[in-house]
Design a protein. Structure first.
Length: 241
C-alpha cells in the first residue's frame, strides 16, 4: 500500500527530560501543510524529532495505525542546522537523499535542485556555499525521493525574502501530490500560508487549527508578546491579554 494518503499519528509522547514535551497526541493528514509555531525553546524541534522517530522518550508514531518505520520514500527529516561537513558537490549531497543503497538518479537530483532554485550550485562543493545556498541544497536533498512525509525544522531560515516565498510555494506543491508537510517556522506572516497551525508553548500544544483562528491577537500576545497593528508587528506585554 502506498504511504501517500495515510495519516501519521503521534500518540502520547511524554519526554521526561529537557527539552520537555508534554503528553501529546496529534493526527497529521496527508495533503496538508502544517506549520508549527512557538517561541524559542517551546518544543517545536522536539515535536518534529518525535514524529521523525528521533525521540528517546516514550510514545508511539503510527502510519494508519501501523508502527511507523522511516524510509527515504516514506519520510524526510530536515534539521535546523545548515552544517554540511562532506567535501562533495551539492548534486552528490542531494543524491544521498535517495538512500545509501540507491542507484544514481541524475534526473531526480536535477529536478530537486531546480525546484529549490539551486541548479547553478550542482557542481559546487557544499563547504563553499553560503548558509542560504546550503539551506536550498539541503531542502533539495529532503524532497528528492518524493517522500510521503516531509518534516522540516525552519526550512525558510537563512533565506532571503524571495526564496522564502519560493519555498512556501514549493511545499504547497508537495501537498498537491498528497504528501504531508510539517514545518517549524517563526515568520508569522508566512505561517498564514499553512493549512493548519500548531501553536506550542512550554512544551504543550495550546492551539491547533486554521491560521486565522490560531493567529489571533490574544494568543499571540500571551505567547510571543507581540501584536499586529497598522505598521506591522510590534511588541506588547504578555500580561496585557
Amino acid at each position: 500500500m502506498s504511504d501517500h494518503g495515510a495519516k501519521l499519528m503521534l500518540e502520547a509522547i511524554d519526554l521526561a527530560r529537557p527539552p520537555m514535551l508534554a503528553p501529546t497526541s496529534i493526527t497529521l493528514h496527508p495533503g496538508q501543510l502544517t506549520g508549527v509555531i512557538g517561541p524559542n525553546g517551546a518544543g517545536k524541534t522536539t515535536l518534529l524529532k518525535a514524529l521523525a522517530g528521533l525521540s528517546r522518550g516514550p510514545g508511539t508514531v503510527r502510519l494508519d495505525g501501523q508502527p511507523f518505520l522511516p524510509h527515504p520514500q516514506r519520510l524526510a527529516w530536515l534539521p535546523a542546522s545548515r552544517d554540511a561537513v562532506w567535501p562533495i558537490p551539492a548534486a552528490a549531497l542531494v543524491q544521498l537523499g535517495l538512500g545509501p543503497a540507491a542507484a544514481p538518479d541524475p534526473a531526480a537530483v536535477s529536478a530537486a535542485l531546480s525546484a529549490c532554485d539551486a541548479t547553478a550550485l550542482a557542481h559546487r562543493p557544499v563547504a563553499q556555499l553560503s548558509t542560504g545556498e546550503r539551506a536550498r541544497v539541503l531542502l533539495a536533498r529532503a524532497i528528492v525521493a518524493r517522500p510521503a512525509w516531509l518534516l522540516l525544522d525552519e526550512p525558510i531560515a537563512n533565506l532571503d525574502p524571495g526564496h522564502r516565498l519560493d519555498v512556501m510555494e514549493l511545499l504547497a506543491s508537495e501537498t498537491a501530490r498528497d504528501a504531508g508537510v510539517v514545518l517549524a517556522l517563526h515568520d508569522l506572516d508566512l505561517a498564514r500560508r499553512c493549512d493548519r497551525l500548531l501553536l506550542i508553548a512550554n512544551g504543550a500544544v495550546i492551539a491547533d487549527g486554521p491560521p486565522h483562528m490560531v493567529l489571533n491577537t490574544d494568543q499571540l500576545g500571551r505567547v510571543f508578546g507581540v501584536q499586529h497593528g497598522p505598521d506591522g508587528w510590534a511588541r506588547c506585554s504578555r500580561f496585557d491579554h
